[in-house]
Each structure stands twice: as structure tokens, then as C-alpha cells.
Design a protein around this ligand. Structure first.
Ligand SMILES: [Cu+2]
Length: 69
């Protein structure tokens, strides 16, 4: 498992935080997610097998942008 912090663009309220959190948690291999609205970040605890591309695609499907930090 590894912990990685990403930056998230497009969030404006706690509903957005919820959407991003759910999108990331739905990715296979993701164990835990903490999204911060004020810091515009997502702290992701995931298996080594989880790619950045998979996380980015999930967040984009939900309507937000994920970037390496
Ligand atoms: Cu919102």
C-alpha cells in the first residue's frame, strides 16, 4: 500500500468532496481516501497496482480534475 497526495480541481462545496471521494473509493485497489476542499487535495491510500491514470479517469468521469502534486 502507498499513500499519495494529488491535487483536485473543480470542487466548490462538500457535495463535490463527496463525489470525488466516492469516485476514488470505487477504483479497484483503493483502500481509503481523504479529500480536502480547502486544500484542493485528495490523499489516497491504494495498492501498488493502482495507476494514476485509473484514478484520474475516475475523477474526470465525476466531473473534476486530478493531477499529480
Ligand atoms: Cu459542490
Amino acid at each position: 500500500m502507498k499513500l499519495t497526495t494529488y491535487s483536485v480541481e473543480g470542487m466548490s462545496c462538500m457535495h463535490c468532496v463527496h463525489h470525488v471521494t466516492m469516485a476514488l473509493k470505487d477504483v479497484q485497489g483503493v483502500n481509503d481516501v481523504k479529500v480536502s476542499l480547502s486544500e484542493k487535495t485528495a490523499l489516497v491510500n491504494a495498492d501498488e497496482s493502482v495507476s494514476f491514470e485509473a484514478l484520474k479517469a475516475a475523477v474526470e468521469d465525476a466531473g473534476y480534475q486530478l493531477a499529480a502534486k
